[in-house]
Design a protein around this ligand. Structure first.
Ligand code: UTP
Ligand code: MN
Length: 493
């Protein structure tokens, strides 16, 4: 028996390196003091060493077994990472056993390191950055699947505020850059936790990254919040929210001191027909259209079209085709399998709807697309030249409210876009009108930059072969473009 005094002299360090005392040199143990306390740690250390266990005083890369008490695996993980950051060890986490104290007490009891069993191991939450293999994200949004519901709204909504603000100042490059960044985050299979997870992703510019970093660290971005609060931004948002008002007009009004649709009325601004309707139905048109309402409108449009041309084909396009639950309008594409039969259809549809008292406003533009003139010579643009009707529907609302006064007329205004396409262009029109806007933009950029082709909602032109490529389905267009087919529900870029 070593006298008490001598024991103290034999410091723990010397004991550690006493090769005779150490019976199990392969098992290098480190005890985490966190939550256990110094005195219990030193007690266990002494006890272990007295039984021939190799217990190290400081953390290093030679450690094979990390033992802790009352810590989760994640907490120990974080602790080790901190040691690594401070340069104390470059341990590969996968080669270390993160163990509960039970492994040590069992080992001490049996006099030798017991085999590590599952119940000894500390559980760690899979961390995307560590567990998910490096995400290889393609750089064009049309090469990726972007679902409607994703994991990073807290970041994408912020970036989209900045994109919108850039649109208000007609800075398209800047706006697209923010939209592309947001779109990359929408395609991620998990929520971003640290900025490091983003280092191998495409399209994330310096500005977007700094905004993301600030939100991850502080919860908000000062630039985003000050933009959101700014009078300029709010006025532009309110005024471009008027149907028929674009950025240029809104900007002029803001510079004249106008802030809201009411200001337009109060100051007696000269408004065109669309804008008058826009002001009149402002509240309704800024109330999101629900899928249920879109379905009611679909039934009406279907009825109108079939009454005039029974073989016509009607497709719901836009956001609702991508699976959105709400939208700012309802978009339809109409065609007929017999080329030319669709030709005088639009005015008839409009008349039919007007006769039923279903339209509050409509303006039809004629089809001005001519392949010989508009095709290859023109740069790809999202301005298409289909016969198109911008309209505002008067939608009767079912009076579900049982104790409401029966007379209370209940209807609301809803924006509806009707587009008629010749059958030969139907696939291109369907693709072009399904969106999202960024997805469309990326498709055209891909076609031009990567394929030497020119894509529009009317046609696809191969500049190298100097010919148009025909397609009767969206799938065929993706094939022509050398892209994997992305279904509408995954085009929410
Ligand atoms: P929308 O503006 O209706 O967008 O255009 P959306 O995706 O349906 O979303 P919300 O819910 O209504 O706001 C639908 C698609 O039609 C194309 C756009 O590119 C978009 O992909 N489009 C729109 C055109 O091709 N030309 C236009 O003049 C307008
Ligand atoms: Mn739409």
């Amino acid at each position: 028996m070593v006298p008490l005094k001598r024991r103290k002299v034999t410091t723990e360090q010397t004991a550690t390196h006493d090769s005779k005392a150490c019976k199990f040199p392969e098992t290098v143990i480190f005890i985490v003091e966190r939550k256990m306390g110094a005195s219990r740690k030193s007690f266990l250390t002494r006890l272990g060493r007295s039984k021939g266990f190799l217990i190290e005083e400081s953390f290093s890369s030679s450690i094979t077994h990390v033992v802790s008490e009352n810590n989760t695996g994640d907490e120990v993980h974080i602790w080790i990472k901190k040691q690594q950051k401070e340069g104390k060890a470059s341990t590969n986490l996968n080669s270390v056993n993160l163990l509960d104290i039970s492994w040590l007490t069992e080992s001490l009891a049996s006099g030798n390191p017991v085999p590590v069993q599952d119940r000894h191991k500390l559980k760690t939450d899979p961390k995307p950055s560590e567990v998910t293999p490096v995400i290889r994200m393609k750089s064009y949004a049309c090469q990726r699947r972007t679902p409607l519901k994703h994991h990073n709204s807290f970041l994408t909504e912020a970036l989209e505020i900045l994109a919108e603000n850039a649109e208000f100042s007609e800075n398209e490059g800047r706006s697209v850059a923010f939209r592309r960044s947001a779109s990359v985050l929408k395609a991620l299979p998990h929520a971003v936790r640290t900025i490091d997870e983003l280092k191998d992703l495409p399209c994330l510019g310096e500005h977007s990254l700094s905004v993301i970093k600030e939100i991850l660290e502080d919860g908000t971005s000062r630039e985003v919040e000050s933009t959101r609060q700014s009078e300029q931004f709010q006025a532009m948002k309110a005024l471009t929210g008027v149907f028929g008002v674009g950025v240029k007009t809104a900007d002029r009004w803001v510079r004249e001191g106008l802030r809201s649709p009411l200001d337009l009325v109060d100051t007696g601004q000269k408004l065109n027909h669309a804008q008058q309707a826009g002001v009149q139905y402002y509240k309704d048109l800024n109330t999101p259209v629900t899928r249920k309402e879109a379905m009611v409108i679909s039934v009406i449009v279907e009825k109108a079209v079939k009454a005039l041309l029974p073989e016509a084909i009607i497709t719901l396009t836009g956001g609702f085709r991508r699976g959105k639950e709400v939208g700012h309008d309802v978009d339809f594409l109409i065609t007929h399998p017999e080329e030319g039969a669709e030709e005088k259809l639009m005015p008839k549809i409009v008349n039919w709807l007007e006769d039923q008292g279903l339209l509050l406003y409509q303006k039809t533009t004629r089809n001005s697309y001519l392949e010989s003139k508009d095709g290859p010579a023109r740069p790809p643009s999202n301005m298409d030249r289909f016969e198109r009707c911008f309209s505002i529907f008067k939608l009767e609302q079912s009076k579900i409210d049982s104790n409401a006064h029966a007379e209370a007329s209940s209807w609301r205004a809803i924006r509806v876009d009707l587009v008629v396409s010749p059958y030969s262009q139907f696939a291109f029109a369907t693709l072009g009108w399904t969106g999202s806007k960024l997805f469309e933009r990326e498709l055209r950029r891909w076609a031009g930059q990567e394929k030497g082709m020119s894509l529009s909602s009317h046609a696809l032109y191969d500049s190298k072969k100097k010919c148009y490529l025909q397609a009767s389905s969206e799938e065929e267009i993706f094939t022509h473009l050398g892209l994997e087919y992305i279904p509408p529900s995954e085009r929410n870029a």
